[in-house]
Design a protein around this ligand. Structure first.
Ligand code: DOR
Length: 432
């Protein structure tokens, strides 16, 4: 296999750099990077600056549902969705059944991943046994087996002493404690943001203070313990303000936002006539929150864009709004949403957006990061930023067809994904 990329956009997230240049891949290895490369013999040439090459795209927040909920997703279908979405590595959340709260389940994820061999998958172990919030899991054991971070995601760690202990542990292994920030006493039975729209629709609301108060508590606990804290899916400006404060004070805190919170607001729940695919946790918030999140992307208070890929079965969503499960299938729409709404609409540089989907999550999670460089395996994605097409949920590789974006025309799609030297995805087809 010989492919020459000519006059394409090369992204170097680790150097905050993007430039036009050539890159040559031979048998899965990047042999050369430069200008005006020319080659003899049979070689496929892919040309043009609308072809964007970005290394090691990582989604650090994915629900794969296996073991236990295989009718929603499996490691295999999730792997296919990941490479079709352009990702070379993903981290999977432990709210499975049984949960990933022991070393055997961590090993199971690795064994399955290696058998499938499409995308790198790194398990996240639970913070507490059974995700019950009471007793710490065997964090050391799971770490030794390969868990890269710890989270009770889906549940908040409500007990401050338990979280304090987890943050103490995180220092020993330099792993992030990933919090799902939600004071459940304030959100019981809620299904959308608390405010005018929840009142109009007669649905119970989930107020921003349920999220921001936990973010504040956790930032203080991270300050107190000096542990490594990562806040998942922030959705309101008040959380962002707290994280900014923590960062300014030197607290070891990072955070992520999802593409859906960047693109949609609570108004869309009404506009879509209560489409249950607009139900996610945290809920879609206000325009003011959305503006603050984009500002957080621009000023780097937000470190990571992660999908919170939450595939569900149609039976979980074809029910009354208040009974529907939370979450959307996100792996296969993340890149085009971010290119369309971040790059084209908000004019944010590609390297800034894509660094939050590659270098930053890889560093936070302590994962291998393979840059665009000479003599390293091709581990990059080609995004065609001029390619415009409609989202077709029926074509998703994921079992989860639960997307609010079905039928949306988006611009900027992944067309090739190389994982550690192998071209595993190309223009709608899985190649291995
Ligand atoms: O919307 C969500 N869905 N948020 C979460 O925190 C959990 C996730 C799930 O597992 O379905």
């Amino acid at each position: 296999m010989r492919i020459l990329f000519k006059n394409v956009t090369l992204i170097f997230p680790e150097k905050d750099l993007e430039e036009i240049g050539d890159l040559y891949v031979e048998n899965g290895i990047i042999r050369d990077i430069g200008k005006n490369l020319s080659l003899d013999g049979e070689v496929e040439v892919i040309e043009g600056k609308d072809k964007v090459l970005v290394p090691t795209l990582v989604d650090m927040h994915v629900h794969l549902r296996e073991p236990g909920y295989e009718w929603k997703e499996t490691i295999e279908t999730g792997s296919k969705a990941a490479i079709a979405g352009g990702f070379t590595a993903i981290c999977c959340m432990p709210n499975t059944n049984p949960p990933i709260d022991n070393k055997e389940t961590v090993r199971f994820i690795y064994e399955k991943t290696n058998k499938i061999g499409l995308v790198r998958i790194y398990p996240i172990g639970t913070i507490t046994k059974g995700r019950e919030g009471k007793e710490l899991s065997e964090i050391g054991d799971m770490y030794m087996a390969g868990a890269k971070g710890f989270s009770d995601d889906g549940n908040c760690v409500m007990n401050s002493e338990v979280l304090r202990c987890a943050l103490e542990y995180s220092k020993m292994f330099d792993v992030p404690i990933i919090e799902h920030p939600e004071d459940i006493n304030l959100t019981t039975e809620g299904s959308i943001n608390w405010g005018k729209i929840s009142t109009l629709l007669g649905l119970k609301g989930m107020p921003w203070v349920a999220e921001a108060s936990i973010v504040a508590r956790d930032v203080f606990l991270a300050s107190f313990t000096k542990g490594k804290l990562h806040i998942a899916h922030i959705s309101c400006w008040q959380s962002l303000d707290m994280i900014k404060w923590g960062k300014e004070k030197g607290v070891n805190v990072t955070c992520e936002v999802t593409p859906h919170h960047l693109v949609l607001t609570e108004d869309y729940v009404k506009e879509s006539l209560y489409d249950t695919n607009t139900k996610m946790n945290p809920p879609l918030r206000t325009k003011e929150d959305q503006e603050a999140l984009w500002e957080g992307i621009k000023n780097d208070i937000i470190d990571v864009i992660a999908t919170d890929h939450a595939p569900h079965h149609i039976d979980d969503k074809m029910v009354e709004y208040n009974l529907a499960e939370f979450g959307i299938s996100g792996l296969e729409t993340a890149i085009p949403l971010i290119i369309t709404y971040g790059y084209y609409k908000r004019k944010i540089p590609l390297v800034k957006l894509l660094k939050k989907m590659s270098y930053n999550p890889a560093k936070i999670m302590g994962l291998p990061y393979i840059p665009l460089d000479k003599n390293v395996p091709a581990n990059f994605t080609v995004i065609d930023i001029s390619l415009e097409k409609k989202v077709e949920k029926e074509k998703f590789f994921s079992k989860g067809k639960n997307t609010p974006f079905d039928g949306w025309a988006l611009k900027g799609w992944p067309i090739m994904t190389f994982v550690e030297g192998r071209l595993v995805y190309r223009e709608g087809k899985i190649l291995w």
